[in-house]
Ligand binder design. Structure first.
Ligand code: SIN
Length: 488
């Protein structure tokens, strides 16, 4: 068990902002509280950065850029590698910090530290592979070359549900490419971001190359980051609503953008599925981080032939999930992030029940406390329910019934979102047919866990723009420059 006092005494437990290589208070001296979602207890008072602080961080990033981009790729790779090693060395306490500020069970927090570190390691390797090209020319006395160069200062705006991995997924490729970065972490989870900043500085990431500016004034900071002409790229993970706003604000200075936005992931379970795999995969896809991920199963469509058996077995498995404070024991599910999140889940469940949804297990707040919600399964869900359209972001699994493959695909695609999707079937022909027709950036087939640094993560439709991770994840942080040389 990780002790709370050891986490709070860790050298990476920082409450000031990291701006231009200096740990500093906000220019206004303001701070804001960070709380443990399990108890509401305040665990830190963090610098509440102002728009002026954001400007300073951007200027520092711009000043640091020429030196950083002119280093060799190997130099940048070595620094990133040291950062990776330090994150791994600090895994137990970093995971503890994440459990404390975000509420994720310790086992999941450890997995996220590994996942987040994986992006640093991967992009340390990719730093040396930003090759350009030599193109056969259209005239005998010309030579055509293409360089890949860093875009410049990047603003990364990151969410609370993955307080480490969503930062490294953006910062590691940006630094590898030769960009400098200003991170605005979610105000609910700034401590992991500041811990990453501490370890980055120890690893030798130079002053100004990475700044971390916590703030409660997200919209004011977002405006500065998206409107500054010095910032050349904005990378955001969060809701479609905020993504739309940031896109509009970025239009004024024509920035490059990456947007990883909301999801409404369908799971299609066909009659021919391996039911054990389908139950295990659905549990994994639905209850990871208490249902608070953009790729969490939101709508579970089950074919009529196995609907009743699947519903019964899923309810039995869900009833066995243990619920409690993340740090206390090896629980399966922690609290939701705050009271508002619980209210939203309550509203969706009440709506579903009011028009025919049948609660098989759960369906109310958990006796553990105000931010805990019971792992829930609802049968007889229909497309008319709000739960079919809105991202639940909580531990509720609604089960819909379908008869034919066409019907399943039509229901799955009946949403403006298109991030993750899942299907369970043993028919190879069906697997290809359905996977090709599903409107989503990612399809998990006979598995509920798809996230990894080595594969392209991202969505279609209103779930976003761009891909993160994998070989292509560094592309969005580079610009192509074409050289046309007359050799005559
Ligand atoms: C997210 O919820 O935004 C990310 C989930 C993941 O990386 O698996």
């Amino acid at each position: 068990m990780i002790r709370r006092e050891d986490i709070l005494a860790a050298p990476f437990f920082r409450q000031q902002a990291l701006i231009g290589g200096l740990w500093s208070d906000s220019e206004t001296g303001a701070t804001f509280p960070v709380t443990d979602p399990a108890t509401g207890e305040v665990i830190a008072q963090v610098a509440d950065c102002s728009p002026g602080d954001a400007e300073r961080a951007i200027e520092a990033a711009n000043a640091a850029w020429p030196d950083w981009k002119n280093r060799t790729a190997k130099d940048r790779a070595d620094v990133l590698r040291r950062w990776f090693d330090l994150v791994k060395e600090n895994r137990p306490l970093l995971a503890g910090l994440m459990s404390l500020e975000q509420g994720k069970p310790l086992r999941e927090a450890e997995a996220e530290v590994d996942y987040g570190a994986g992006y640093i390691e991967w992009f340390a390797e990719e730093a040396r592979r930003t090759d350009g090209a030599v193109i056969p020319a259209h005239a005998a006395d010309l030579r055509l070359l293409v360089l890949r160069q860093p875009v410049g200062v990047v603003a990364a705006i990151t969410p609370w549900n993955f307080p480490i991995a969503m930062i490294t997924r953006k910062v590691a490729p940006a630094l590898a490419a030769g960009c400098t970065v200003v991170v605005k972490p979610a105000s609910l989870t700034p401590l992991c971001a500041l811990a990453l900043g501490h370890l980055a500085a120890l690893a030798g990431i130079p002053e100004g190359v990475l700044s971390i500016i916590p703030s409660r004034s997200s919209s004011a900071i977002g405006k500065v980051l998206t409107q500054s002409p010095l910032v050349r790229k904005v990378s955001f993970t969060g809701s479609t609503e905020i993504g739309r706003l940031l896109l509009a604000q970025s239009a004024g200075t024509i920035k490059k953008v990456s947007m990883e936005l909301g999801g409404n992931a369908p799971v299609l379970v066909f009659d021919d599925a391996d039911i054990d795999k389908a139950i295990a995969g659905t549990l994994a896809a639905k209850f990871r981080n208490a249902g608070q991920t953009c790729v969490c199963a939101n709508r579970i469509y089950v074919q009529s032939g196995i609907y009743d058996a699947f519903a019964e077995r899923l309810a039995v498995a869900v009833r066995q999930l243990s619920v409690g404070p993340a740090l206390e024991d090896a629980f399966d599910q922690g609290p939701l992030i705050d009271g508002k999140a619980v209210e939203k889940v309550e509203e969706l469940v009440a709506d579903a029940v009011s028009i025919g949804g049948r609660v098989l297990t759960g369906g109310k707040r958990h006796s553990r406390g105000q931010t805990f919600y019971e792992p829930t399964v609802i049968a007889d869900a229909t497309q008319a329910m709000k739960i079919a359209r809105e991202e639940v972001f909580g531990p509720v699994a609604p089960l819909f019934r379908f008869d034919t493959e066409d019907e399943a695909v039509a229901m799955a695609n009946d949403t403006e979102f298109g991030l993750a999707s899942y299907m369970f079937s043993r028919d190879l022909g069906r697997i290809f047919r359905v996977a090709e027709r599903i409107e989503a950036g990612m399809v998990g087939i006979n598995t509920g866990l798809i996230s990894t640094e080595v594969a392209p993560f991202g969505g279609v439709k209103q779930s976003g723009l761009g891909r993160e991770g994998s070989r292509v994840g560094i592309d969005d942080y580079t610009e192509l420059k074409y050289l046309c040389l007359d050799v005559s």
